[in-house]
Design a protein around this ligand. Structure first.
Ligand SMILES: Nc1ncnc2c1ncn2[C@@H]1O[C@H](COP(=O)(O)OP(=O)(O)O)[C@@H](O)[C@H]1O
Ligand SMILES: CC(C)(COP(=O)(O)O)[C@@H](O)C(=O)NCCC(=O)O
Ligand SMILES: [K+]
Length: 258
């Protein structure tokens, strides 16, 4: 069985894949100082709780935080006796190579999202991922990552307002009743909610115009459903897109090695 690990700047997600489906998904905060033993304690406690006894033989990791990879490698080696595939490293091949400026390294999560979305939907796609950053990943006709857009994430923007302005409280994102807020919290929620609706619409429209193509828009990340409530921003929302992409890249490398 495969253990797929997606480490973002805020959260790290572990999923076990039995070759056909995901058996379980566990989430913890991303913390570079967490040791291999600490990962195992947390992971085995959750497995016991859910009564799952997986036989993990392979591990694949995507990490936007380079420092966590060391401890995750030790974790794979000590507890599952395997050397993990790490997306972005030279020995982890992608179904299609990214077409970006020389010397640029693309966030592994974006390469994984692109591979996962291409596998499910074919080429000419925009993947919108509401993570720490809000990213737009563009997949060409052949499924290669051909570039994208990086904007500040929703929670990051809310936090930045709170941090920088003495009178602005911490606010959780929600869809406001009206655009014109009549209290501070409603004003902030309106700015972020409608601001992001505008951001997503404008960026997707400009990507389509620049590429002169119709493109399917796939959204992922916990906040995607919130933004989809109001308007038809996305063609599909897929929670498990990054995890699916990890299984696609794993299978691709496994088949090449056989
Ligand atoms: N369903 C949700 N509702 C509200 N906030 C969420 C939800 N899911 C994730 N978040 C928040 O969105 C941000 C990004 O989360 P995540 O997708 O895990 O980011 P990353 O992949 O960058 O670690 C975090 O601040 C997280 O707390
Ligand atoms: C853009 C990101 C910070 C998004 O990370 P996330 O929100 O998933 O934590 C990450 O993909 C990254 O560090 N990228 C490197 C630069 C690039 O992709 O061009
Ligand atoms: K992410």
């Amino acid at each position: 069985m495969l253990l797929a690990i997606d480490c973002g700047n805020t959260n790290t997600v572990f999923s076990i894949w039995d070759g056909e489906k995901f058996l379980c998904t566990f989430r913890t905060s991303t913390h570079h100082a967490r040791t291999a033993d600490a990962y195992f304690t947390w992971f085995s406690t959750l497995l016991n709780h859910h009564g799952i006894k997986p036989e993990i033989t392979d591990v694949i990791i995507s990490s936007t935080v380079p420092r966590v990879v060391f401890n995750l490698r030790v974790f794979s080696d000590q507890y599952f006796g395997c050397r993990p595939l790490v997306v972005g490293k030279p020995d982890c091949l992608l179904p299609a190579n990214p077409r970006v400026d020389q010397g640029t390294s693309v966030g592994p999560d974006r390469l994984v999202n692109t591979a996962g979305a291409f596998d499910r939907h074919g080429g000419n796609l925009i993947v919108v991922d509401f993570g720490t950053a809000t990213t737009f990943d563009v997949a060409g006709r052949d499924g290669a990552y051909v570039g994208g857009v990086i904007a500040p994430g929703v929670n990051l923007s809310l936090e930045a307002l709170h941090m920088a302005a003495a009178a602005l409280p911490h606010v959780d994102i929600t869809k406001p009743q009206r655009v014109v807020g009549t209290n501070t919290v409603a004003c902030i929620q309106s700015g972020i909610f409608w601001g992001y609706i505008g951001l997503v619409k404008e960026i997707c429209a400009r990507i389509k115009a620049e590429r002169d193509q119709t493109m399917k828009i796939i959204a992922t990340g916990g906040l995607a459903p919130l933004f989809a409530q109001t308007e038809d921003l996305f063609d599909v929302i897929e929670d498990d897109l990054t995890m699916h992409g990890l299984t696609v890249i794993y299978k691709y490398n496994k088949e090449l090695a056989e």
